[in-house]
Design a protein around this ligand. Sequence first.
Ligand SMILES: [Zn+2]
Ligand SMILES: [Zn+2]
Ligand SMILES: [Zn+2]
Length: 408
Amino acid sequence: MGDNMNKAKNVILYCISLNAILSFVVLFAFAGEQHQHKFAELYSAKSTCTEKGFTVYSCDCGESYKGNYTDALGHIFSNDVVCFRKSTCIQKGEGGRYCKRCYAKTDIVYYSKTSHTPVYVTVKATAKKNGERRKECSICKKLYSKTVIPKISSIKLDKKIYVYVGRVKTPSVTVKDANGKKLKKDKDYSLVYQKGRKKTGVYSVNVTFKGNYEGTKTLFFKIRPTAVKNITASPSISSVYLSWDKSKGADGYEIYLKNKKLKLIKDTENLYCTLGKIDGKKLKSGTDYVFVIKSYKKTEKGKIYSTSVSKKVSTKPQKASIGKVKSVNGNLTVTSVKQNCHGYEFLLSTNKSFSNPKRVSVKAEKSTSYTFKSVTKGKKYYLKVRAYVVSGGEKYYGYYSDVKTVKT
Ligand SMILES: [Zn+2]
Ligand SMILES: [Zn+2]
Ligand SMILES: [Zn+2]
């Protein structure tokens, strides 16, 4: 019983202290006075077409209320029906009357879709890609038709190399598409030729595409000097002297030795040259050489060459010398020491001065000796020999050997 009494006592004490704290807080907040709201206009909203206007009042404590309502204004619709959105082929158009204040719409009407607006669209062809020509609706892109414009596949000059003649050269241009059809000048492309085109040189032709095509291309052609003409060769034993006529449009000449390959051995502005040494070595006697001459014109882009002309030349043979001499039964056989040449000429005379001798030529590929028949026995004969080459249709002889005297 005493326990319960104590419990009750504690609860009461607790309630009293809680009340004291609360009173304290209220006392502090309102300084002990009762609160009087002071409402002031916080903000106001004007009436719109559809909403009432009002004012909001509030007190510093946070309390607030709406009041001072004004009626909604109602719409002011236009008299005339106007178009809000035009019809297209994709969407219906819309019209109606509208509120002049808030633009609210009323009496909405719809207009039917328009038909398509077909236009032609061209995607130009280039050298890399096909183009196309489409008929399509400009709004919804509905496709009516499509044709491919085949790409440009070849752009060529009818002639890329001319030989100088002192006249202006204008090669024509042929352009074909991927189907092999020729494109038309001035309609599909235009041409600009480099100026001049008369002297030796390299010239450009600019092709600019237009119409259904686009892109540019530069083509080149050249005018080369005329080939070397009338080459004459004068051989000696260890060198060759060459001369030739001036090539038109040229300012220099290159001379090559032709073996398996061409080897450049001379570069000259003259119309002649002496070919004495090749790689530091003299030319061999009685030997066939083929020289090639090209004329050229120097330009900023390098030399422009004529076509090649070759000339076969044989150097003169060395002085000959007699090897064996045999006299048997009225036959006198003379053998020359072998050397580089095309043949040997054997001379037999009964006098020392070789007036009116017997003179016989033998090709080197056949023999190095010759037999004079029916010589008179017991008589004194004089022999000499010389080697020869045939070059440019002419025979060139080496020096005679020393004279050999034979008694048969
Ligand atoms: Zn208040
Ligand atoms: Zn309105
Ligand atoms: Zn359309």
